[in-house]
Design a protein around this ligand. Sequence first.
Ligand code: NAD
Length: 327
Amino acid sequence: MKTIIYSTQSYERPYFEAMNQKKHILDFTEESLSLDTLEKITDHQALCCFVTDQLHRKIIERLKQKGIRLIALRSAGFDHIDLKAAQDFGIMVVRVPAYSPHAVAEFTIGLMLALIRKIPRTYDRVCAHNFSLEGQLGFNLQGKTVGIIGTGHIGSIVAKILSAFDCHILAYDIAPNNLCEKYKVTYVDQQTLLQQSDIISLHCPLNAETKYLINEKTLALMKPQVVLINTGRGALINTQAIIQALKKGKIGALALDVYENEKPLFFQNYSDKIILDDVFIRLQAFPNVLITPHQAFFTQEAVENIIKITLENLDYYEQGIIQNQIE
Ligand code: NAD
């Protein structure tokens, strides 16, 4: 199938070319999908895009006019596409639902340990030859109450790993996961989780119900010095509200692998450019905030699986078999 691949990252192309073995005609562009870059679509039947590509109604309407029949997302999350519009225009949307939940879960635990043992600050200090431990006192993960919001593929692995740390694990999910029984997870309502957790980690999808799940009101319910980790999606947190909570000293530490307005920044090199997003710069200025640029998924295994499953999704579509469709 003739497919155009938007927002191609440098690490992706070799995998695509090796695994495709010339089965599909693949055209690559590093440009992100927008009304201005749509002219790159000629006689393609499928469009493949990344988390940074925003597929709103106007774009989807134009894709339909250009003859696109399939949108293949190279991601598990699908909050960047207007699914209703895709349905209205009769374009099938497929995704890669679980390419490596371990990659994200392990990164989440890494962030958790980095925060509670202050590893990034220590690294900075040692670089400046400051070997004092003053101000670097951390705390054990063992025995702490960790709240997991969303216990699907990723959240359940976070629970599994935390059970080995001997944590008390609370979870909230609209559809509890039976697997979590093995990891001694106690399902509670969202309010109880927010009130009782020392550490809270977000693993639910971003949708109308979960947007700004962390806001002024929910922050007020949390324990003083709570540690928050977001590897889900940026808009699960109301950034302005979290900045106010950080200013008041309510938050012990915050790790963000995703950020509400990450689109222009993440996956780009801004080291010689001026960042115009003052909110991002404010967040970065807090000593207890650790930001990573949507990196949690980024392992060899995950990238390989994303591309393998994306190519399989194209194969199946051609054969009339429905796999990984988002409805
Ligand atoms: P999943 O679909 O397997 O699990 C999501 C869980 O959230 C499900 O159990 C679901 O029932 C639950 N849920 C849905 N609505 C909820 C609500 N209102 N409150 C509480 N729980 C709710 O998804 P997953 O593979 O575990 O991925 C979770 C999220 O992680 C994705 O949606 C994506 O946004 C994000 N993600 C981030 C990265 C990264 O690199 N940072 C990579 C992959 C996925």
